[in-house]
Design a protein. Structure first.
Length: 274
């Protein structure tokens, strides 16, 4: 799988799984504000033209390219997310329950902290994971104030990428942008001969309730993959990697706007009468 975009990267990615334990320990010694990257993907149907591992492939590719630029360590990817929205009819989907994904991610961050990594940015590639990742970070920010955890979806890291993603619908899947990214990072896995007949519109506009994929799409696609191109994919990939790299650099120096020093105030303003 290629993770190169139009711009050269300075070095290869730093993968947690490639390091021996002494290297993991020494990596974070004296680096309390180092930021690690956790790719969060999914294994689910992605229409007739994309592989079931699309989300994990994209999340990993983005993280590895960011690592190559910034030196941030890439944790092992989460390959199964929360894919309840795809239902049980179309083959290929594996899923954790929402609370299961939240627990898995939270515990991954806590275990990484035992090795010295105290700041983790989750790079998400599946819309359906978002709620679970917010729950995980809620637990961490309340129960582990010594750690830092954040979430970014690849489609939301850069305004231009976000605008391009929504061109063929708000509730997109295996669409123009996602297919373009796959043509950029893993073109050998895209069924080019199926693109022309894979378009399917977004049918969620105006709905009151939520439904699984087979009630919304004829083939597991929402959007226009027929309009995808490797050129678009490389451009979006480059912008996404640049935006996430910026988050890593900012995350290394970020501190809370207010340090926890707020005293309990006397609501009546009468002070201590002891």
């Amino acid at each position: 799988m290629s993770i190169q975009s139009g711009q050269e990267v300075a070095a290869g990615p730093l993968r947690w799984a490639d390091l021996a334990w002494p290297e993991v320990g020494s990596r974070f010694a004296g680096r309390p504000t180092d930021v690690g990257l956790l790719p969060v993907g999914a294994t689910e149907q992605h229409g007739p033209h994309l592989p079931c591992g699309t989300d994990t492939i994209i999340a990993t590719a983005v993280c590895e390219a960011v690592s190559a630029r910034t030196g941030a360590v890439v944790l092992p990817a989460v390959p199964i997310g929360c894919s309840y929205g795809h239902g049980k009819v179309m083959a290929g989907t594996l899923s954790l329950p929402p609370e299961g994904l939240a627990t898995l991610v939270r515990q991954t961050v806590e275990w990484a902290a035992l090795s010295g990594l105290r700041r983790v940015l989750m790079v998400n590639a599946h819309f359906g994971n978002h709620a679970s990742l917010l729950v995980a970070t809620d637990h961490l920010r309340l129960e582990r104030p010594d750690l830092r955890a954040g979430v970014v979806g690849w489609w939301a890291a850069d305004p231009e990428v976000a605008a391009e993603t929504a061109i063929d619908g708000e509730d997109i899947h295996a669409n123009r942008t996602e297919t373009s990214l796959m043509l950029a990072v893993a073109p050998e896995l895209v069924h080019l001969d199926r693109l022309a007949g894979s378009d399917d519109p977004d049918r969620t506009g105006g709905l009151v309730f939520r439904y699984t994929a087979t009630s919304l799409s004829t083939n597991g696609v929402t959007g226009r993959p027929s309009q995808a191109s490797a050129e678009l994919g490389h451009r979006l990939f480059e912008r996404t990697v640049s935006a996430v790299s910026d988050l890593v650099e900012r995350g290394r120096i970020e501190e809370p706007p207010l340090v926890d020093h707020v005293a309990v105030r006397d609501p009546a303003g009468v002070g201590d009468r002891r």
